[in-house]
Write a protein that binds this ligand. Sequence first.
Ligand SMILES: Cc1ncc(COP(=O)(O)O)c(C=O)c1O
Length: 426
Amino acid sequence: MPELAINGGKKAVRKKPKKSGLFDEMLKEQETLVLQLLRKRETSQSPCVKELEERWADYVGAKYCLAMNNGTATLHSAFFSVIEEPGDEIITSVHTWHLGVTPIICAGGIPIFCDIDPLSLNINPSEIEEKITSRTKAICVTHCYGHPADMDRINEIAEKHNLAVIEDASHSHGCEYKGRKTGSLGDIGCFSLQGSKLMTGGEAGLFTTNSKNYYQQAIILGHYERFSCLSSTYDRYKGNAETIPFMNAGFKYRIHPFAAAMALVELKYLDERNALQMKNCWYINNGLDRIEGFAGAYVAPYVTRLGWLNFLIRCDLGYFKEIPRARIIEALRAEGVEAASGRPGYIPLVRQNLLNDRENHPARVLWYHFLKNHPEYKIQDYPAAEKVLFERISINPLRDIEFDQEYLEQILDAFRKVSKNKKDLK
Ligand SMILES: Cc1ncc(COP(=O)(O)O)c(C=O)c1O
């Protein structure tokens, strides 16, 4: 086996990946559409918003879709829709983006955390039931890094206890669980379309549901311009045809038309881009399974379609013994593999100041109910979330690049070199 690049040998990855033609085509269409809106002065509201909503609802398989200015707004709307009294509880994963959880508090609720399944990195369904109380209103799941959560088990628990299910599908545009799209598997789907996501509008969000009631709640929270869509039977706050115009909850969450236009074009290309990405990723994933010390990212048998926001491959630290993971990453990077340094993915939310230093946090004024009622969160209650990422390495998710077997083999060669030459890493 040739010498490791980190010790002066030749790099394994010498080819440069070629950008896919799909991405350039998409970009041109986006430029044209956004410029058209600018020239028509459709810079605040535009018919392209409705078009995006209709197409996304149809794509996902949901009855209603409401476009918003970001994913956080969709989550705030979801929690606002299900929380009835201050102090109501939402069960969620300790391993997600903090903006998937702070909107619970902003909607008057309390987040109750579960640990994760160490393979899928999603909420561990076996922990949910023991956390349910008379105040629980919903279970929120994030399909982390693109891998769908175990929805049959989660929906079964929700049904048994009469709870809503909210999906944070911000990482999983176009991903499928048993042939159904994420965002249509629970009661409400929330998607961020922020710039780094599988489908983006720069900054935007999409809220999906089959429930007219939840759709109307979301309108009340942040879309005063749509009050004509509310039915006269809307009654959360004893609303009726006369009072509805005065019921806006005080937020403004509408999407920018430029973002909607961008997203419309992204949607057109989403399946093809996901498929090309996965062709690349599967090649690496399968190859890694044959290299000692490494394994591809886990994929549950129920997953029927994927796009990976992050490509977190597994590293067998037992095989590498006393060699620290940071050293393995360093060696891979020297070989030309685009591997992120450090811990890939989220640190458990209970470690964040936001939740463990509440009395001193600048947001304490906003969170009166949370401060009064908060549970004690203890990091030792979440061992999988605490440990599991130290066995993962985040590598370039190979999106928007042409399938090139020679390039992909060079990436695998880098792993082979590091595996075979592990003694030279000491
Ligand atoms: C899992 C998850 N939830 C929520 C959000 C918030 O979305 P946005 O940044 O569009 O407000 C993000 C964004 O990164 C996310 O990754």
